[in-house]
Design a protein around this ligand. Structure first.
Ligand SMILES: NC(=O)c1ccc[n+]([C@@H]2O[C@H](COP(=O)([O-])OP(=O)(O)OC[C@H]3O[C@@H](n4cnc5c(N)ncnc54)[C@H](OP(=O)(O)O)[C@@H]3O)[C@@H](O)[C@H]2O)c1
Length: 282
């Protein structure tokens, strides 16, 4: 596993597994399979309703807690009571600390919630802070109002939409992209682009592995989701080859500005209104 150093001096693995849309049973199994196959980064969220299962998968793996980089996200419905929500998140994950805590969406009292996350850092409950789906203007607003700079921004990032502008801004504050939908949510059009097939043949890797290696070489941390143990193994087996500058330039040409998700004010208000009881999960 390769690691990157964050703007607060801590280190994070370059590749991990995401658990979006996984039932508790699937998430526990995927986390267990990932950790026992060498992964050390796990990404979940309050809203995935599988944090208890992620905690079980971590325990079952037998891997020491301090070897695991655990990332989760507060949902907007808990921003107003974020101190309590952080304690409840820790309890669901069955852990004393979270390595990386995100605000999941830029809506509601995100400044108040970020300040609660800063208190959690000072109390030793959280190591690093991050923002998910925040546009540059709102990242700047948080930075201006708060003390601890975000270490990561989670954003939809893949070869069709490499987040060129966001990355230029993040470079200026020393923050990194954690790419969500790194494989375009499995979109066959993206995965089967001829450039990936060609490079896959050259390096003896799958198209997905070529895409994931591209991400890590351009500085993105990846958290591909998978329930398939062969894919889970493949998705971390990407550090034994290096794409050349010409190959990275050839991949850059598939950028067509296509994103699979587009934020809207209506969607954000819907997120704010979505307030399940996160403690009601298996
Ligand atoms: N912050 C946010 O708002 C946000 C939003 C979306 C996602 N995320 C995070 O990002 C993570 C990744 O997103 P995602 O899981 O939706 O999309 P993704 O990683 O781009 O794609 C997952 C899809 O690709 C397939 N796949 C995985 N490895 C493969 C391989 N080696 N070969 C071929 N197909 C493969 C998976 O199917 P199999 O199960 O068959 O392998 C699954 O259908 C999430 O799990 C979550 O942690 C965050």
């Amino acid at each position: 596993m390769e690691y990157i150093t964050l703007n607060n001096g801590t280190k994070a693995p370059l590749a991990g597994i995401g658990t979006f849309l996984m039932s508790p049973a699937d998430a526990e199994e995927a986390v267990y399979n990932a950790l026992t196959n060498g992964y050390r980064l796990i990404d979940t969220a309050n809203a995935y309703m599988n944090e208890r299962a992620v905690g079980r998968g971590m325990k079952r793996s037998g891997i020491a807690r301090e070897e695991i980089y655990l990332s989760t996200k507060l949902w907007p419905s808990v921003y107003a009571e974020a101190d309590k929500a952080i304690d409840e998140t820790l309890a669901r994950l069955d852990t004393d600390y979270i390595d990386l805590l995100f605000l999941h969406q830029p809506v509601g009292d995100y400044i108040g919630a970020y300040k609660a996350m800063e208190r959690a850092v000072k109390a030793g409950k959280v190591k690093s802070l991050a923002l998910s789906n925040f546009p540059v203007e709102q990242i700047k607003e948080v930075i201006d109002a708060c003390e601890i700079a975000p270490a990561f921004i989670q954003a939809e990032t893949h070869p069709y939409f490499p987040q060129t502008e966001l990355k230029a801004y993040l470079d200026s504050i020393g923050a990194h992209i954690m790419a969500w939908y790194p494989l375009g949510h499995g979109d066959k059009n993206l995965v089967n682009e001829p450039v990936f097939t060609e490079l896959g043949k050259k390096y003896g890797k799958s198209n997905a592995q070529i895409i994931l290696r591209w991400h890590t070489q351009v500085g993105n941390v990846v958290i591909p989701g998978s329930r398939n143990v062969d894919h889970i193994r493949d998705n971390i087996d990407i550090f034994d080859f290096t794409l050349t500058d010409e190959e990275l330039a050839a991949i850059a040409k598939v950028d067509n500005g296509q994103r699979y998700y587009q934020a809207s004010e209506e969607a954000l208000q819907g997120y704010l209104a979505f307030a399940p009881d996160f403690n009601e999960q298996e």
